[in-house]
Design a binder for this molecule. Sequence first.
Ligand code: AQP
Length: 325
Amino acid sequence: MKKRLFSGIQPSGEVHIGNYLGAIKNWVGMIDQYDCIFCIVDYHAITIEYDPKEMQNRIIKAAAVNIAAGLDPDKCTLFVQSHVPEHTELAWILNSVTPVGHLERMTQFKDKAKQHRDNINTGLFTYPVLQAADILVYKGEAVPVGEDQVQHIELAREIARKFNQRYGETFPDPQEILSNAPRIMGLDGKTKMSKSRDNYISLVESPESIWKKLSTAVTDENRKRRTDPGNPDICNLFALHKFYSGSEQIERINRACRIAEIGCIECKKTLSENIVSDLAPMREKYEQLIKDKNFIIDILHKGAKKCKSMAETTMSEVKKRMGLV
Ligand code: AQP
């Protein structure tokens, strides 16, 4: 029996290279090794303000981008969170074993509360409990995520243990798995790359737009003039070269930047060309997939059907243990 793997992505905007390098690439690499369930977590995405007219499109687009990035629906289960109501049902139950103090410590809540001062809602606060339910309703053991989600997975583990202590052994200990790029910084060089900030390169971004974004991206801020030597160690874009450029190019840029032999524009042009060619096959596949939305919806419905049956089994067990009829 393969171990069960669960992970999710919010349809909160354009899926970006941070999501890919931090999580999706890892998901694709594990698809044969684990029994994989991937979820478009729409109930998480409603905890920040959004336009209801756009949501359906975002969900379908997120699914199509993930399939184009390598989540082969024949090898894994892909579905939408709100299609399986057992997630929210279990979340309510898990709320009753989750200390408020634990939620108050969550750094993502603190960051998002700062980012969305006018909309600090209860859903944003209890987000990690729903995330624990997402994983535990399938008894997920492996959870590949970016670094920003590690604290939530640690909490999911604690919640599982608390439930087991009170009601008997039911859930496994979910474990986070990090990629070799656990935190990709945004093009602003200040915050992590995020869908909800204007600091990302989307996985299906056009070549023109990739160049436009990179050309204004922040580099080593101490390098004021072309003739100043730069420091790749603190340059956000050099970090991206490590994922998109060849070893010879990386070596050359590393050396030439330090002695001002090349300027930021040349370095950005190389990076732009490399990102464009790396993303081209994904973008092409996505363009094909998105032409047939019903095909995507069908995949998501099939995934939900499979997940619902697994989730129902867990909920029967949970209710029985809790003495509910
Ligand atoms: N910058 C990042 N570097 C590495 N990994 C990242 N992830 C997100 N940003 C980075 C990982 O991608 C997976 C899906 O993320 P998510 O959709 O669940 O939400 P998020 O972590 O809140 O991502 P965003 O892009 O920053 O969205 P918004 O702006 O809506 O909050 C997760 O495994 C995440 O760790």
